[in-house]
Structures are given as C-alpha cells and as structure tokens.
Design a protein. Structure first.
Lengths: 118, 113
C-alpha cells in the first residue's frame, strides 16, 4: 500500500526555538495532506489541512502563526512549530488521502513525530 | 459528519475472535463507515470501510446492521499485535469537509496471551 513518511521521528528542542517536521508521500501524489496532534492518552486532534500550492486551512483554535504549514510539492508538506514551548510537546502525525471520493477514500498516515520541548 | 459511540476499552484473549461495536444512530444515507486502528506510538492505519453490506478483507470483517445504526468490527483471531486503539469514523461522500477525518475516543483493545 501507499506509504507516508515523516522526519524526524523524534526531536527534542529548547523552549523558544522552531522545529520543522516533514511529511512525504513516497509513492503517490497528494494535493491535500492533514496534520494532527495527539497528547498522551488522548485521541488525534486535527490541526490543519495542507493544500498544495495554496494556503493551509486551520481548525478552530489552532494558531496559524505558530504552526506554519507549507505544501510546496505534490509529495511534501512541512509543519513548523515556531517559538516552541513545553506545552507544544506532543505527537504530531500527518496523513494523505488516496484521492478517491471523500466518503470512500482511505488515508495513509505517517509514523508520527514525537516533539519534546524543554 | 455524524457522531459515533464506542466502548472505551475491551479485552480479548489471544487467538479468539473479537467483536468491536460502534453505535451511529444519526448516520445518514450517504455516510460510509470507516475503521482505523492505532498501534502504540504509531500513526493510525486503515482497517476497513463499508456502506450497507458486510465487508471482508485480509485484516478484518465489518458487519453493518440492517438499519445502519450500528456496526461491528470483527477480528477473527486476535493476536498480540492487534492490541491497539480502534476508531470507528463516519465519512459522508457529499461532505464539504474536504476529506478530513475526525477521530473520536475509540476503543482500546488489549489482548491477553
């Protein structure tokens, strides 16, 4: 099946620094990708929809200036956490749909990136 | 997309069948029923989906009630590797939500040897 990769798999950074997370679709093109965040023992929370060649669409309550998303090609979306703070520590996961009709499409998820902000 | 209700947790014995229920009493006629699962410290993975008829694939079976207000994911022989959180999600084919998935709390399945 289709594969989605993420890099890095885990990152530790100091408070106030910025961290970039990459999400790649390895064997298919994705005009749309999704970014989720997951805190321990909680479900996935959708943060934003990444659209190739246009601005991302953010979910209510997600700060667009803090979580910068760039979808520069059909196989790559990046999420940059700017001025990270300890409360941004979380598991970040991206996904890409197969491109079928919305009701029937399936999504492939990356393995996730564990961010720890000290 | 319509809401689903799942038990918070379930236990199973290895090599026995597991039936994971999902209630979706407000399902609409154009909602597909999708199941994903998330193994510990990994991203979710697609399991199965269906509309009205029961569905089978190499991972699981999906049994859909005749009135479609509930469904059951069936793992025919649970293994230790099936221990995960299982999410039941409704997807409207005419949704204006752009294909995004909204996750509920899911069912945490533990498998005992």
């Amino acid at each position: 099946g289709a594969v989605v990769s993420q890099h890095p798999s885990r990152v530790i950074c100091k408070s106030g620094t910025s961290v970039k997370i990459e999400c790649r679709s390895l064997d298919f093109q994705a005009t749309t990708m999704f970014w989720y965040r997951q805190f321990p023992k909680q479900s996935l929370m959708l943060m934003a929809t990444s659209n190739e060649g246009s601005k991302a669409t953010y979910e209510q309550g997600v700060e667009k200036d803090k979580f910068l998303i760039n979808h520069a090609s059909l196989t790559l979306s990046t999420l940059t956490v700017t001025s990270a703070h300890p409360e941004d520590s979380s598991f970040y996961i991206c996904s890409a749909p197969t491109g079928q009709a919305w009701g029937t499409d399936t999504q492939y998820f990356g393995p996730g990136t564990r961010l720890t902000v000290l | 997309d319509a809401k689903t209700t799942q038990p918070n947790s379930m236990e199973s014995n290895e090599e026995e069948p597991v039936h994971l229920p999902c209630n979706h009493s407000t399902i609409s006629g154009t909602d597909y029923i999708h199941w994903y699962r998330q193994l510990p410290s990994q991203g979710p993975e697609y399991v199965i989906h269906g509309l009205t008829s029961n569905v089978n694939n190499r991972m699981a079976s999906l049994a859909i009630a005749e009135d479609r207000k509930s469904s059951t994911l069936i793992l025919h022989r649970a293994t230790l590797r099936d221990a995960a959180v299982y999410y039941c999600i409704l997807r409207d084919v005419y949704s204006n939500q752009g294909g995004k998935l909204i996750f509920g709390q899911g069912t945490e399945l533990s498998v005992k040897p």
